[in-house]
Design a protein. Structure first.
Length: 157
């Protein structure tokens, strides 16, 4: 058995910008839906963002006494997926730039993880943008929005 060549895995990863149609409710100057510009984040970057919103605290009973599992203290782990999603959207979206100081000032928002909720306040708008970003990042169910995925596939190829 010969040694396999690993050079294919030794490559420079370049930033990739993917274009996807925005919600039908947000139109550009030409009267057409805006095009979202999405930076393809690495799996490591997405994991690091998710990890920031996980908290682990000692599990205690009503009297404050820690729960024990054998001789070890039990821990309670919680995840703030809503803020993690907002953070991922803010990092991935190049246009609109959810970290732009002028845009944040317009919405009187000082936490960029909440900006997606402000810029896309309608549930259908937020869901559309969320699906587009997750599809561009290769996360989530691809069957959710065939039109967005078709556009993403066209742009990638």
């Amino acid at each position: 058995m010969s040694k396999r060549d690993l050079r294919a895995f030794m490559r420079e990863v370049k930033d990739e910008i993917i274009f996807a149609p925005g919600p039908d409710t947000i139109l550009g100057e030409d009267g057409q839906p805006i095009m979202l510009e999405i930076k393809a984040l690495s799996a490591k970057a997405v994991q690091e963002i998710n990890d920031k919103y996980i908290t682990r605290v000692m599990a205690v009973d009503k009297r404050g006494k820690p729960y024990m599992n054998g001789n070890e203290v039990a821990f309670k782990t919680t995840s703030d997926t809503q803020r993690a999603t907002g953070h991922i959207l803010a990092e991935a979206l190049v246009y609109p730039d959810l970290k732009d100081p002028e845009l944040m000032a317009f919405y009187n928002c000082y936490d960029f993880t909440q900006m997606a909720n402000n810029v896309f306040p309608r549930t259908d708008e937020f869901a559309h943008v969320n699906r587009a970003v997750l599809a561009a990042l290769g996360i989530g169910r691809e069957a959710d929005n065939d039109d967005t995925n078709k556009s993403l596939d066209d742009v990638k190829n």
